[in-house]
Design a protein around this ligand. Structure first.
Ligand SMILES: Cc1cc2nc3c(=O)[nH]c(=O)nc-3n(C[C@H](O)[C@H](O)[C@H](O)COP(=O)(O)OP(=O)(O)OC[C@H]3O[C@@H](n4cnc5c(N)ncnc54)[C@H](O)[C@@H]3O)c2cc1C
Ligand code: FES
Length: 268
């Protein structure tokens, strides 16, 4: 377990209710892989007692500054308290944790993001760009205002969908994926999918991947207590035949997992 004291560099509200947190991390925090996460102790008070898991949106090393970034929404008590931390505030963090994305050599990565699920995929796209690997980025959000990070996506081909049609294709990012697959000349041997977003979208994307025999990794989200494999509180149900009744722990065998074997209907 890698427990490190961190301090807040900035904590800005980007769009209503969505924040970008930059944390200065010490040497003991190893360089994370896209898709890995941290477990944050939000407060020294008793409540909320449990830490909160957050994917990393990015990691920067500039001179002596090493910083991890998190893009989060205010949904409940923990994230509301997190949004009140000012620069200089101390937070204790466990991480980086879990298994990240694993793009295969010589396959075109197709990244499918829904809403704030874009965070770990932005991290992945920057790492692909650094390695000069082409990719396709399909980004769906409710409206133009929720397209966080869209201007940063470089080195790949970007297509955007919004529910209200305020920018790009009007409709679901799943439709963009179907279209890309139909018209892009991809095969399961030449392309693969990486996805993160709301549970319903991940379910649909993984059904599409399974039906077409496409390799597909999804970054899962679910309640976590310890985040280090000790409490058995984050079991991931698998489809019959996938792994004979085994329930992998989302925190140590995920959060990035083979989406085509997850039983999305039974995932809490
Ligand atoms: C591996 C992982 C990575 C994550 N990455 C991010 C991220 O990058 N950005 C981000 O904004 N959130 C992320 N989450 C979700 C984040 O952990 C929850 O939103 C957070 O725990 C909510 O805490 P809270 O105290 O504000 O809400 P609570 O008071 O605990 O809950 C408020 C509401 O949010 C729901 N909720 C709580 N936890 C989750 C959860 N894990 N997933 C979905 N709904 C939840 C509850 O059911 C409840 O309805 C991630 C979760 C996991 C497991
Ligand atoms: S949260 Fe404890 S085992 Fe995963």
């Amino acid at each position: 377990m890698n427990l490190v004291p961190c301090s807040v560099v900035s904590n800005r509200e980007i769009t209503q209710g969505n924040f970008l947190l930059t944390l200065k991390v010490p040497r003991g925090f190893s360089r994370p892989q896209p898709g890995q996460f941290v477990h944050l102790r939000i407060t020294q008070d008793v409540e909320p007692l449990l830490r909160r898991p957050y994917s990393l949106e990015g990691f920067v090393e500039r001179g002596k500054l090493r910083a991890a970034r998190i893009y989060y929404s205010v949904v409940g008590r923990g994230s509301r308290l997190l949004s009140q931390h000012q620069p200089g505030a101390k937070l204790d963090v466990i991480g980086p944790l879990g298994v990240g994305f694993s793009p295969r050599p010589r396959r075109l990565p197709i990244l499918v993001a829904g809403g704030r699920g874009v965070a770990p995929l932005l991290f992945l796209s920057r790492s692909l760009r650094d390695r000069k690997r082409p990719f396709v980025f399909l980004f769906g959000a409710r409206s133009r205002r929720e397209l966080y990070g869209v201007r940063e996506i470089r080195g790949g081909r970007l297509h955007v969908a919004t529910d209200d049609g305020s920018v790009g294709f009007e409709g679901s990012v799943l439709e963009l994926l179907r279209q890309e697959w139909r018209e892009g000349g991809h095969t399961p041997l030449t392309a693969e999918i990486f996805t993160c977003g709301p549970h319903g979208l991940l379910h649909e994307v993984s059904d599409f991947a399974r039906e077409n025999g496409i390799r597909c990794e999804a970054s899962l989200e679910g309640p976590m207590a310890c985040a280090v494999g000790a409490c058995r509180g984050c079991p991931v149900p698998l489809l019959p035949g996938a792994d004979s009744g085994r329930y992998p722990a989302m925190c140590v065998e995920g959060p990035v997992m083979d989406a085509t074997i997850v039983d999305w209907a039974r995932l809490p």
